[in-house]
Design a protein around this ligand. Structure first.
Ligand code: NAP
Length: 297
């Protein structure tokens, strides 16, 4: 597996990342199997958020780390904060909302550290832009978290270029990524300046839902014509359609890092192999045409 320093002052991650969003219903054994399969295939970076699985997925991962503490030095942990969801575990939250206040950021990191059974987080992301965010307050929270050694690097998720620039203008450390939704089925950030802005900052974006959240694979959502075209190209590359969709992202010069959302070890193995595919330039545009339904102008 290739590795990538996601910013000149940032952490080095595996080029493909495993994400824990959908792990809620898994047993400790299944979570262990996903972690081991990731490591065996060179995936060392794991993406979390405090809220995943109704605030439960970090602790599932932490159970594995508790039993195998030596794993910690072989992996990188990303987690997020700033969304507050209504939950039986959060009786005071009566409406879903965002909270990027200093108090909440620090409390959330402390809870993540305890759930993940670790004493540091490699990369903390603000999960969504909060319209009530005071950037100076975020900067101070980040400073304290860095000073205490609880968080090594900081970034954002789902930020527009303007929101990114605003926060960066207050935060002392460089923001090292913006984790955004990108896939062949959701490609507009490649064209609207979001990815270009990250490239200008020498940042590799993290790509969530790289397979469109699995929509392509569901019988009800998929388009038979699109499916036939994708399968035809996949056959030519002697790979699966999901590998082709990952190769489309991996080919982009921003060096984006797709985050696999599967709950199945065999699909981790399959996804990791996408790194080996050399996608021809014209085929990259042919895939874009399949998704858009028309040629570029
Ligand atoms: N920052 C954010 O706001 C944000 C938002 C959403 C997600 N994320 C992160 O991104 C990660 C990935 O997101 P995602 O889960 O939407 O990614 P994804 O990889 O695009 O989608 C995963 C879904 O696709 C299904 N799938 C994959 N390959 C398949 C195949 N060959 N056939 C049938 N179904 C297939 C999986 O089902 P199986 O489990 O059955 O394989 C799973 O339900 C998350 O875990 C999370 O870490 C971040």
């Amino acid at each position: 597996m290739k590795r990538r320093k996601i910013h000149p002052s940032g952490p080095e991650f595996s080029r493909i990342i495993t994400g824990a969003w959908r792990w809620q219903a898994l047993s400790d054994q299944s979570v262990d199997a996903l972690i081991q399969e990731s490591l065996e295939n060179g995936i060392t970076t794991f993406d979390h958020a405090d809220i995943y699985g109704n605030y439960s997925c970090e602790a599932l991962f932490g159970n594995v780390l508790k039993n195998q503490p030596s794993l910690r030095s072989r992996i990188e942990l990303v987690t997020k904060c700033g969304i507050k969801l209504r939950s039986d575990k959060k009786p005071k939250t009566w409406i879903n909302h965002y909270d990027n206040t200093s108090n909440h950021i620090i409390e959330s990191v402390n809870a993540s550290l305890s759930n993940l059974k670790t004493d540091y987080i490699d990369l903390l992301l603000l999960h969504r832009p909060d319209p009530l965010m005071d950037p100076a307050e975020v900067a101070e929270a980040f400073r304290l978290l860095k000073q205490s050694g609880k968080v090594l690097h900081f970034g954002v998720s789902n930020y527009t270029p303007a929101q990114f620039e605003l926060l960066q203008s207050y935060v002392h450390d460089k923001l090292v990524t913006n984790q955004v939704e990108v896939s062949l089925f959701y490609y507009h950030l490649i064209f609207d300046g979001t990815i270009d802005t990250l490239m200008r900052h020498r940042i590799s974006p993290m790509a969530w839902s790289p397979l469109g959240g699995g929509k392509y694979f569901s019988q009800s959502d998929r388009d038979e014509g699109v499916q036939a075209s994708l399968e035809e190209m996949a056959a030519r590359y002697e790979c699966s359609v999901s590998q082709l969709l990952l190769a489309w992202l991996l080919t982009h010069p921003s060096h984006m890092l797709p985050i696999l959302g599967t709950t199945k070890p065999e699909r981790i193995r399959e996804g990791a192999k996408a790194i080996e595919i050399q996608l021809d330039r014209q085929d990259w545009f042919a895939l874009l045409r399949i998704a858009r339904g028309r040629d570029v102008d």
